[in-house]
Design a protein around this ligand. Structure first.
Ligand SMILES: C[S@@+](CC[C@H](N)C(=O)[O-])C[C@H]1O[C@@H](n2cnc3c(N)ncnc32)[C@H](O)[C@@H]1O
Length: 266
């Protein structure tokens, strides 16, 4: 089955509202805040500047960017009408941000009109990142900055021991909800080929030890497997309780690696 993030509107309203909540939750995680704060600290936001987030989902990261860039303008572009509706409903108190429906390969922006362009966990969800990177290069000013932040999903784990059933959920989640788990490995070359000078490429690990931040990896995987008749409701409920049991007793071990690439348009 294709990754539903390739066409979120087709995935339906339940998917949209549940992932809008889970991306908000992910962004509230202290490690994610550190990752975003770190790349934002490398950008400048003069008053007349424009910062764009491409593939902004329900706007969890865009709101954070708008807070930092204020009073400079921020636009969140997102191909899903449903996510843009959620993003507009969730944004309060940020007069400098707007949201628009647009694909990252075709942005309604003039050439060389953007100062900073951010793609946060987007390129792992597209078949071919190149058209999005070329479009980023078109709209960015000379010297403008591209930030690509994404998970190396090939290394994600919920495993404590060989053949751990929770780790099987994590691996199936990646298979079902990510287009290219190895996209991070290809980033430097793709970004350079699109006309950027790579100035920084750094990694940050994220652990989930005592909270529900990776519970959607079990719940959403369970829903897919139940829909296909591959597992029962009882097994699904058991996996969810096992996640919660480990989160309570100190044995949960969710692990992800995030990469951040900073490129400057030459
Ligand atoms: C995991 S979500 C991340 C959302 C947001 N950046 C965040 O971190 O909260 C991936 C997003 O990429 C978007 N996406 C998928 N294909 C895209 C494309 N061709 N152009 C722009 N965005 C795309 C999806 O619609 C989805 O909102």
């Amino acid at each position: 089955m294709p990754d539903p993030f390739q066409d979120v509107d087709a995935a339906g309203e339940e998917f949209i509202s549940s992932f809008a909540d889970s991306m908000d939750e992910r962004q509230s995680d202290p490690t994610m805040e550190l990752i975003v704060a770190s790349y934002l600290s490398k950008l400048t936001f003069p008053e007349d500047s424009l910062t764009v987030e491409v593939g902004c989902g329900a706007g969890a990261v865009t709101r954070r960017v708008a807070e930092r860039a204020n009073p400079a303008r921020v636009i969140g572009f997102e191909p899903s009408h449903g996510f843009v509706k959620e993003a507009k409903a969730r944004v309060t108190g940020h007069g400098n941000v707007t949201f628009e429906v647009a694909d990252g390969a075709s942005l309604p922006l003039k050439d060389e009109s953007v100062d900073n362009l951010i793609m946060h966990t987007v390129l792992t969800h597209v078949e071919d990142p190149t058209p999005l990177l070329i479009e980023a290069s078109r709209v960015l000013k000379t010297g403008g900055v591209l930030v690509v932040c994404d998970a190396d999903f090939s290394k994600a784990s919920l495993g404590n021991f060989p053949y751990d059933p929770l780790d099987a959920c994590a691996k199936i989640f990646v298979r079902e909800f990510v287009t290219d788990p190895h996209a991070v490995a290809k980033l430097q070359k793709l970004v350079s080929d699109a006309g950027f000078n790579v100035e920084d490429f750094s990694f940050q690990s994220r652990s989930v030890l005592d909270n529900d931040q990776m519970l959607p990896w079990v719940v959403e995987t369970g829903k897919v497997l139940m829909e296909r008749g591959e597992i029962s409701q009882e097994l699904h409920d058991g996996l969810v309780s096992e996640y919660r049991r480990r989160a309570r007793n100190g044995t949960l071990y969710g692990y992800q690696v995030f990469a951040t690439l900073i490129g400057r348009r030459g």
